[in-house]
Design a protein around this ligand. Structure first.
Ligand code: GLP
Length: 240
């Protein structure tokens, strides 16, 4: 592992996602020791190695709060591809939290957006975990999403539908819409840990770290956050 600095972003280059999970775990452990109470959590394949470390650890989250980034619209919480189901299986069943929050993909937009913004207001995030889309989306904030957005309904881009279809039986089953915490909600977290593995993330990582801060590259806003760690394997760091 080696670290480099670019603006305020600390970059940790690791050999593979297993090592990345361990590095992220150490950062979470430190945050817990420093009193962090609210954890912003992400789904996708990227945080899985971190969640494995957490499951196997003796860290206690029974007095902590989890607030998830996003959820598909129109998918029941117990559907195998819902993000709620993912979180139960990958983390919460083994590591109970005092409270877990995730957008309700079956609730009407107006009600759900207001409800989730209240959840975020009541539970300011200490540490936010992020993956990144190949188009540099964070949460489900697709390119073009205004940086000042809070929780909102999003139409998934074709790129994202293509990237996520591997989890569904057919492309037709991939939801077209999702609720997501907005970029402003993510930026309000005290500390942000973004992980990216594999060469299909190299371009997004390079633009995030070195490119102009633009709404066309949602993750580029992280250059403006005071405390960001990006954990990448050598492939995802390939264009840095
Ligand atoms: C999904 C999620 C994101 C995730 C991204 C990358 O669309 N909404 O939170 O970071 O895709 O997924 P993966 O980690 O599987 O590459």
């Amino acid at each position: 592992m080696h670290s480099t600095n670019s603006s305020n972003i600390r970059i940790e280059v690791v050999k593979n996602k297993e090592e990345g999970g361990k590095v992220a775990y150490e950062l979470i452990k430190e945050a817990v020791e420093e009193g962090a109470e609210v954890f912003g959590l992400a789904t996708g394949s990227t945080p899985e190695t971190l969640y494995k470390e957490l499951r196997e650890s003796d860290l206690d989250f029974s007095d902590k709060i989890a607030v998830n980034l996003d959820e598909y619209i129109g998918v029941e919480g117990d559907h195998p591809q819902s993000y709620e189901h993912f979180m139960q299986e990958k983390l919460f069943d083994a590591k109970p939290f005092k409270e877990t929050h995730i957008p309700d993909g079956l609730a009407p937009e107006e009600i759900e957006v207001a409800r989730y913004n209240e959840v975020l207001e009541k539970n300011p995030i200490d540490v936010q975990i992020l993956g990144i889309g190949t188009n540099a989306h964070i949460g489900f904030n697709e390119p073009g999403t205004p940086f000042d957005t809070e929780t909102h309904k999003i139409k998934l881009t074709e790129d994202t539908i293509q990237a996520n279809k591997r989890y569904f039986e057919s492309e037709d089953e991939v939801p077209e819409y999702a609720y997501s915490m907005g970029i402003a909600s993510i930026m309000a977290a005290k500390k942000i840990i973004l992980m990216a593995y594999g060469k299909n993330k190299a371009d997004a990582v390079e633009k995030t770290v070195n490119g102009p801060v633009t709404e066309d590259v949602p993750a580029s806003i992280l250059q403006k956050h005071p405390d960001v760690v990006i954990i990448v394997d050598e492939e995802a760091a390939g264009n840095l």
